[in-house]
Ligand binder design. Structure first.
Ligand SMILES: *Cc1c(COP(=O)(O)O)cnc(C)c1O
Length: 479
């Protein structure tokens, strides 16, 4: 399998070549040349597989430059009950009230958040950590990952890379802005290859620093700077696997269809669902849920993609979905427009930069988003979140996190008789305890291994929001 850029660059690359890269040379995102098709026989065979072996089967279709035995060993080392909490890795919970006719009898929650940092990002990041270590050792190279986080990505990256040979992580975060639990998760790590930089500023300052460092090509090359952001194809590929795992758990036969509802920000998670559907997994609908930052809901309702100025980004109680533009969205639009690289270059390169907007409402392709690709969408607000958390607890005894609540709220608006609807649970409630207390008047449960975490010593370096200071810090710590 070879990979191409969404913006039409003529080069084709192998999986391990794009593994350690961010954008394609022309600024596009990497996608496989075509989506491998699964048939009846494969689905039947995969239905009985344990999660790590299912992951191996899916990855094998996309990875031709890691020997099979090695790839299988990486999958088995990554997806263990010790790391993800259960033998199923992504168990399905059914929301059943016992009352028939209210539609909820077909609503499921797929638990993706029982990894080391209690958010679904662990599902991909843990695999990425092992793939990076493998590939860097094979090349005899090192990599210094520089990132910016508002919470979930940074901790998932650090827990995936801690103690790994050949990798250091330099993670910037806005000083004092993450939840106390998130700060404790990151700053309590003591591994010598993890560096926390608490920047005096907001998340956008952190992102600007990362961009400025990455744009300094000489520094980037000299210090072997890389990223792990959500446009990384390997992260997206890892996420394709749990759509299969959810499907098998919710159905008895491969003739059945399911729908998925996905709390969305940068469009990475639901893009993996799109890939699974393109491969032939029987998915009826992909239901995209946003919070008050509704740039994607607006697109799927109107055909207009209107990036918000970052100053207009709402700070919400589902903060991991607080985005002004969706960095993975270009991949879907590439497919929607018949994989026309020139058109993508014009929309995402020129038009977005000039006007912050493009309009497909009059383009015949726009109708295909729903009709051919199965996309539906909806939006959820703080009041919806509170009401959904309360309702889910009162009727089903289940406490869900704020992001998952956005998913449940929008999923309910799109239920279809006899098509199971699987809501992807993207975090555990303990990460966003303040809102749970507001909704339920009680603290969410805390997994035992996080007992007392806020009291541990904090290891981080405070810095001004200054690119040169961050560069100097990296230079001092890469020896
Ligand atoms: C990252 C994240 C999301 C958004 O996922 P995308 O892939 O960016 O769409 C939703 N919920 C939680 C808890 C997250 O950490």
């Amino acid at each position: 399998m070879l990979y191409l850029s969404t913006r039409g660059h003529p080069d084709r690359r192998h999986f391990c070549e794009i593994l350690l890269e961010g954008l394609a040379p022309d600024g596009g995102l990497y996608l496989p040349e075509r989506y491998p098709q699964i048939d009846e026989g494969m689905l039947a065979r995969w239905r009985g597989l344990a999660y790590p072996d299912l992951a191996f089967e899916v990855l094998s279709l996309y990875v031709d430059d890691i020997p099979s035995a090695d790839l299988r060993a990486i999958c088995r080392k990554t997806y263990t009950p010790e790391i993800f909490g259960t033998p199923e890795i992504v168990p399905l919970k059914r929301l059943a009230s016992g009352l028939h006719g209210d539609g909820d009898e077909t609503l499921y929650i797929e638990a993706l958040s029982n990894g080391p940092t209690l958010a679904f990002k662990d599902m991909a990041m843990q695999l990425l950590g092992n793939l990076f270590e493998y590939e860097l050792a094979r090349r005899g190279e090192e990599l210094n990952i520089l990132g910016a986080t508002s919470g979930d990505t940074g901790s998932a990256a650090e827990y995936a890379m801690r103690g790994k040979t050949g990798v250091r992580v330099f993670m910037t975060s806005p000083q004092g802005r993450m939840s106390p639990f998130q700060q404790a998760q990151m700053f309590s790590l003591r591994d010598a290859n993890i560096f926390n930089l608490a920047v005096e500023g907001v998340f956008d300052d952190c992102q600007d620093i990362v961009k400025a460092v990455s744009n300094d090509l000489e520094f980037k090359r000299k210090y072997r700077i890389g990223t792990v952001n959500s446009i990384n194809w390997a992260r997206l590929l890892a996420q394709v696997v749990y759509y299969f795992a959810g499907y098998f758990q919710a159905t008895q036969s491969n003739a059945q269809q399911v729908s998925f509802a996905v709390p969305s920000g940068n469009f990475g998670n639901i893009c993996a669902g799109h890939v699974a559907r393109m491969m032939g997994l029987p998915i009826r609908q992909l239901v995209l849920a946003t919070n008050e930052n509704d740039v994607l809901d607006e697109f799927f309702r109107t055909g207009v993609y209107r990036v918000r100025p970052s100053a207009d980004t709402h700070e919400t109680s589902s903060p991991s979905m607080d985005i002004s533009k969706a960095s993975n969205f270009e991949r879907f639009v590439f497919d929607l427009l018949g994989r026309d690289g020139a058109q993508i270059r014009s929309y995402f390169g020129d038009q977005l930069r000039a006007t912050g907007c493009f309009d497909l409402s009059a383009d015949p392709s726009f109708a295909r988003a729903a009709q051919r690709y199965g996309f539906l969408s909806g939006k959820s607000t703080h009041a919806d979140r509170l009401a959904t958390i309360r309702d889910t607890f009162e009727r089903f005894g289940l406490v869900i996190d704020t992001h998952t609540a956005d998913g449940v709220k929008v999923a309910r608006e799109h239920l279809q008789p006899s098509v199971p609807m699987i809501v992807l649970e993207t975090a555990l409630p303990i990460k966003f305890a303040v809102t749970i207390v507001e909704a339920l008047g009680r603290e969410p449960d805390r997994p035992a291994k996080f007992e007392g975490i806020e009291a541990l010593p904090k290891r981080m370096t405070r810095m001004a929001a200054d690119t040169d200071a961050v560069k100097a810090y990296i230079a001092r710590h890469c020896t």
